[in-house]
Write a protein that binds this ligand. Structure first.
Ligand SMILES: Nc1nc2c(ncn2[C@@H]2O[C@H](COP(=O)(O)OP(=O)(O)OP(=O)(O)O)[C@@H](O)[C@H]2O)c(=O)[nH]1
Ligand SMILES: [Mg+2]
Length: 378
């Protein structure tokens, strides 16, 4: 195994050196941004250091033998998987440095670009959207605010629907997971009422939240109002048995205890329950009123779950919806439902991409309280 350090002014520069010397089979072991050259280097601009390794036997290849060299191909080992993210962001950083960042948009585009930024859409994504619009709107219409807005809304809707999956249809077993207090139990009550009362489906509720003293009572109260069965599972095996018992139900909704994304032990316990029950869809519940960094931490903390959809709650508690788009786009997540208040069952809906697009572009100006009932009835 040959291991060597390479330096470049930027990452692509360093990777070219890796390829030239070690060939396409090199494995990136580490990437650092640093200042080169001891004490005096402190005053020098930062360089990118790449530590790369290659099996000596493979090293006989010349770089030109493998013209399709791509950095992601050479990241082979699990132990360096975290480097992938770092590598991607460094490459993106390098690419973005080469793009004109202060492109001056025509007025109508500029206003919408600023709207997106004001609503917390990441600048890179906002630029992507407005650049596409600039491309799509014919020049004679550049000064027509309505025409430009319509195109921008259409583009945002496409981003929103890109990863959207159909929420559970005729039959479903759905568990809601997520941090404390985001509205999992309330959302389960809303869904249960809609499935049971409006859709006239057979519904059962199961909770594995035996951690909080009042949690079982909270769900039981809703179950009693809707007149549907509610059960408590204390172990993964019990959960499996209860799912078997309610095999005849079209919908079974499973409530879980809220867990901090940093509480790995408790999150693993919840996962133990769900792992024992294949076929259960897992929806991650995120509060739209949380700042985006915390949402990202939550997604990371719960990344071991096979998440099929996200539910954004508490849209009524914020007026900036850009993070919803950022998260969907960056984490390739579809949104099954949004909730917009505490009322059970009204304040929930299946989000229409156009509606989300409107919220993202216009924030509070366009916020109407949606009615869950009409949203669920299409
Ligand atoms: N404003 C607003 N409040 C909501 C929404 N959904 C739930 N809530 C409120 O948020 C609080 C917490 O809701 P719960 O459903 O108990 O949250 P949870 O995620 O089950 O909480 P834990 O089980 O403790 O983790 C309650 O006061 C709910 O009424 C919403 O869409 N908007
Ligand atoms: Mg709860």
């Amino acid at each position: 195994m040959k291991v060597k350090c390479f330096y470049g002014d930027n990452l692509p520069d360093a990777l070219i050196k890796v390829k030239a010397e070690l060939g396409s089979d090199a494995v990136i072991v580490k990437i650092n941004k640093q200042r080169k050259g001891g004490l005096l280097g402190f005053f020098k601009p930062p360089v990118v250091e790449v530590i790369a390794a290659v099996d000596d036997k493979q090293h006989r290849y010349l770089a030109s033998d493998k013209p399709d060299f791509r950095p992601e191909q050479i990241l082979k080992e699990d132990s360096v998987s975290s480097q992938i993210t770092e590598l991607k962001s460094l490459i993106e950083e390098q690419i973005s440095l080469k793009q004109p960042q202060n492109q001056v948009y025509p007025n109508c585009f500029k206003n919408l670009f600023e709207n997106l930024l004001a609503n917390n859409v990441h600048e890179k994504l906002a630029r992507e959207i407005i650049d596409r619009a600039l491309h799509e709107v014919k020049q004679p219409l550049w000064d027509d605010p309505a025409a430009v807005k319509e195109v921008v809304l259409g583009i945002i809707s496409q981003y929103v629907s890109k990863f959207q999956r159909e929420p559970a249809g005729e039959r479903g077993r759905i568990a809601l997971i997520g941090p404390t207090g985001v509205g999992k139990t309330t959302t389960i009550a809303k869904l249960a009422s809609i499935f049971s009362v409006l859709d006239e489906k057979k519904v059962a509720l199961i909770t594995i939240d035996t951690f909080r003293i009042a949690a079982v009572d909270q769900l039981k109260t809703y179950a009693d109002i809707i007149s549907i069965p509610m059960e408590v599972a204390h172990t993964p095996r019990e959960l499996g048995l209860l799912l078997e018992k309610h095999e005849d139900k079209e919908m079974v909704l499973i409530d879980t205890a809220g867990r901090s994304p940093y509480n790995k032990l408790e999150i693993a316990k919840t996962k133990g329950f769900l792992d024992a029950c294949p076929g259960v869809e897992v929806y991650l519940v995120l509060s739209a009123a949380t700042n985006q960094k915390d949402m990202v931490e939550t997604l990371n903390g719960y990344s071991h779950f096979p998440i099929t959809n996200v539910i954004f709650t508490k849209l009524d508690e914020t007026r900036n919806y850009g993070s919803v788009l950022n998260i969907m786009n960056e984490y390739k997540q579809g949104v099954a439902y949004i909730t917009t208040g505490q009322n059970v069952p009204n304040d929930i809906e299946v989000p229409a991409p156009e509606k989300i697009a409107n919220l993202i572009l216009q924030g509070s100006d366009n916020f109407e309280r949606p009615s869950g009932k009409s949203a669920f009835n299409g």
